[in-house]
Each structure stands twice: as C-alpha cells, then as structure tokens.
Write a protein that binds this ligand. Structure first.
Ligand code: KIV
Length: 266
C-alpha cells in the first residue's frame, strides 16, 4: 500500500471520504493503530499527560517528542506520522520553528508536523511549509494556551469568537497548512469552517461535520481515566483488563500456581 501522503489526505476530502486519525506514542500501539488501517498517527504532546503522568502538556520537551516520534515511525508502514510541536518549540522565533520542525523530519522520521495557534503562528506555518515540511494547523481549544484560556473550555461560542476562528482557519490555509485540527468548537461552526476550506478539517470535539476525526488513543482504549472529556468515546477498557491480569498473576505466584510444570524446564 505504501505510506499515506498529504495528497491522499487532501484527496479524501475532495472524494467525500472521512479521514481517520489517532495519537500513538510507542511501538506496540503504533503498530496496532497502523495495522487497523488508520490514515494518520499524531505523536501528540498529549503524551505528557497520558504517558508521562503530567498535569498538562506544557512540560514535554523537544527531545522527548523526538524520542517518541522515532519509535512510532519505526512501527508504522502505512499511516502518515505527524509530530506535534511542543510548547516553546516554535513560539520564540520563526527560526526556532523551522529548526524544530526539521528535527521531527530528520530525527523523528515524521512526514509532517502539527502546530497549535491562529494568526500568531501563521508566519511559522508559512516558513515551515517553505522549508518543504507539511504542517497541520490546530485552532479552537489549544491546550498549550491553557493558562491564557483558563481551563479546557469549548471555544467559538460567541459571535465574535466564531468570526475569529473562521478568519484564523482561512489564514492558516493561506499560509500553506495541509489540514486543520478543530478542537472543542461547536459542531455547527466546525461544519461551516469545513465547507469554507479547501484543506480538510480534523475534528476533536467538533462534531460530525468535519472531514475527519482524531482522538487520543489512551482515551479510546480506556488506558487513561484521570478525566474523560465529553467528546471521547471509549471503545475498550484496557486498564481494567490489565489490572485483572496483573492481580491474577500476583495471586497465582503467591499460591504457587504459577509457574506450573507447563512453564518449567525439565
Ligand atoms: O496532543 C494531542 O494529542 C493533540 C490532539 C489533537 C489529539 O493535539
């Protein structure tokens, strides 16, 4: 089949086919997600919360993101791998943004990067794209702006903020983004933005009118239960299964049931 490219992603919108994306952060899960036939894997900075156990996404570093992106790329045969630019890897300067985006491609073996923000990052998107690196933009609820926003809140509820989100979407498309993540925005607004853009929108808490959907894998498979946002649908309960398995192992070792003859050498 070969690797999915940005052309395939854009063509899916043109053909009216839904685009599927999930996050992954390590080899075994990236392999499962890829084997299942996903279009894109985002090595999200959400790994700070669901893998590193941190309170928010702000502390994760470039080196840590590269480490996980390398592993995910190694596991992936078909899906497009997108590296998520962490907090302070692009805010300071356009030069920083180009350099760090380049690290995701050169060291992480990703095919694209994602960058959070609206008008203020349009020049970064433009410069990264001009350096031959495809960029996925991300507006609405942008978790790196958590302290400004004051919580994980739905964005674009007032007429003024709706107008700003629409203008940001158009500006980021103009800057050269190949797709746009819309996070936690009203479904009607997401549908309107989707219909105005040539590039595909990928929704997370943005309703069914987007061209594609993305979720955090650990939410989808029930591995992260510190909090579950309203927009998440859990398709499995791996934490419960793992807990059951580990408890049974402990009990069998204590009782002398494991190892049995079957697991022993003669
Ligand atoms: O970091 C992340 O996982 C994201 C999402 C869009 C899922 O940014």
């Amino acid at each position: 089949m070969g690797k999915i490219t940005i052309n395939d992603i854009i063509k899916k919108k043109e053909d009216g086919q839904k685009i599927t994306m999930l996050t992954a952060y390590d080899y075994p899960f990236a392999k499962i997600v890829d084997e299942a036939g996903i279009d894109g894997i985002l090595v999200g900075d959400s790994l700070a919360m669901v893998v590193q156990g941190l309170e928010n996404t702000l502390p994760v570093t470039m080196d840590e993101m590269i480490y996980h992106t390398k592993i995910v790329s190694r596991a992936t045969e078909n899906a497009m791998v997108i590296g998520d630019m962490p907090f302070m890897s692009y805010q300071k300067s356009v030069e920083d943004a180009i350099w760090n985006a380049g690290r995701f491609i050169k060291e992480g073996r990703a095919q694209a990067v994602k960058i959070e923000g609206g008008f203020e990052v349009a020049d970064r998107v433009d410069a990264i794209v001009k350096s031959e690196i495809p960029v996925m933009a991300h507006i609405g609820l942008t978790p790196q702006a958590i302290h400004r926003i004051g919580g994980y809140k739905v964005q674009g509820k007032t007429d003024e903020s709706k107008k700003i989100l629409m203008e940001q979407a158009l500006r980021l498309e103009e800057a050269g983004a190949f797709s746009l993540v819309l996070e936690a925005v009203p479904a009607e607004l997401a549908e309107e933005i989707t219909s105005r853009l040539y590039i595909p929108t990928i929704g997370i808490g943005a309703g069914p009118g987007c061209d594609g959907q993305i979720l955090v894998l650990h939410d989808v498979i029930g591995l992260f239960d510190r909090f579950v946002p309203k927009f998440v649908k859990k398709y499995a309960n791996l934490k419960d299964d793992a807990l059951k398995a580990v408890k049974q192992y402990i009990s069998e070792v204590k009782k002398g049931v494991f190892p049995s003859e079957k697991e022993s050498f003669k």
